[in-house]
Design a protein around this ligand. Structure first.
Ligand SMILES: C[S@@+](CC[C@H](N)C(=O)[O-])C[C@H]1O[C@@H](n2cnc3c(N)ncnc32)[C@H](O)[C@@H]1O
Length: 276
């Protein structure tokens, strides 16, 4: 997969906008940062740091843990994991511009020794066998085709007893042609499977204790609130980012509301464990 096609999703346009947000908050480009100062800008998933802290608890991540995050974005979750737990994280991200922003923000947070940003495709990037205590991911796996291959690689890189924890999108009902178009173009959904298909793929890869938790209702509410808040602050956003970013994000946030409210798109937290 190339890193260009995914740019059809407006969330990934002008990702250096985080620096404009920080400047607008009075934080200069070379100023040190804390993870908490960043968290309103760098979490590209639902329910921010709370969602990441739930994963830390579930996976029992401790200072000795080595964690792999697939689809790390601009590094928000990886920094929260390292900051809260003291563990080391490999943060794998497909898009070079996001990975560059992530690396720079992590350095400013003083976390470069604990968060290793790697740029590559989860389907091909070299992942050593049995080296990770936990594999975590927020809203990234639906972007990745060849799910069987992806889950086999996730299984192989976990240590025996290692934990898989993913927040992801899935298929609740049959998408209309218009929804299919929105999903493939604006959301870049490459693997939209049903709950049964998702669970079967994890089991086929060798995972045990698979648990699939439907979060669609709370994620729909989150998206409705996010869209309303973004619209209400449009003047502020326009003055900082300009119309291309603001119109692109508004369209993306509206699309997510429409897809969730249609009843055909679902949101889930999926957990599993490698036996051993
Ligand atoms: C919605 S963002 C979430 C980012 C981050 N997990 C967060 O919650 O802030 C999903 C990320 O997955 C990345 N991604 C998509 N396909 C990937 C692949 N094949 N390998 C690695 N990363 C990928 C995208 O580039 C994007 O940055």
């Amino acid at each position: 997969m190339t890193a260009d096609a995914i740019k059809s999703m407006k969330l990934y346009s002008q990702v250096d906008r985080v620096f404009r947000d920080l400047r607008a908050a009075g934080i200069a480009d070379d100023a040190p940062l804390s993870v908490d100062q960043l968290s309103q800008f760098d979490q590209y998933h639902y329910f921010g740091t709370e969602a990441v802290e739930a994963a830390i608890r579930h996976a029992g991540i401790s200072p000795a843990s080595h964690v792999l995050e697939i689809g790390a974005g601009i590094g928000g979750p990886a920094r929260v994991i390292a900051d809260r737990s003291g563990c080391s994280v490999t943060a794998l991200e497909l898009q070079p511009d996001l990975n560059e922003v992530a690396t720079s923000l992590t350095a400013r947070c003083g976390l470069s020794e604990r968060v290793d940003h790697a740029c590559g495709d989860a389907l091909t990037y070299a992942l050593p066998d049995e080296t990770h205590d936990a594999l975590v991911s927020w809203l990234a796996l639906f972007h990745i085709p060849k799910r069987d291959r992806l889950f086999a690689r996730c299984h192989a890189t976990l240590k025996p007893g290692g934990v898989f924890y993913a927040e992801d999108l899935y298929k609740l009902g049959d998408f209309t042609p218009e929804q299919h178009e929105q999903l493939t173009q604006m959301v870049f959904g490459q693997s939209m499977s049903t709950e049964d298909e998702y669970v079967a793929a994890l089991k086929a890869a060798g995972f045990a204790d698979v648990r699939f938790d439907n979060r669609t209702a709370s994620w729909t509410d989150f998206c409705v609130t996010r869209l309303a808040a973004y619209r209400a602050a449009r003047a502020r956003h326009l003055s900082i980012h300009g119309p291309a970013v603001v119109d692109g994000l508004t369209e993306f946030y509206q699309t997510m509301v429409d897809l969730f409210e249609s009843g055909n798109l679902g949101g889930t937290v999926v957990t599993a464990r490698k036996s051993g």
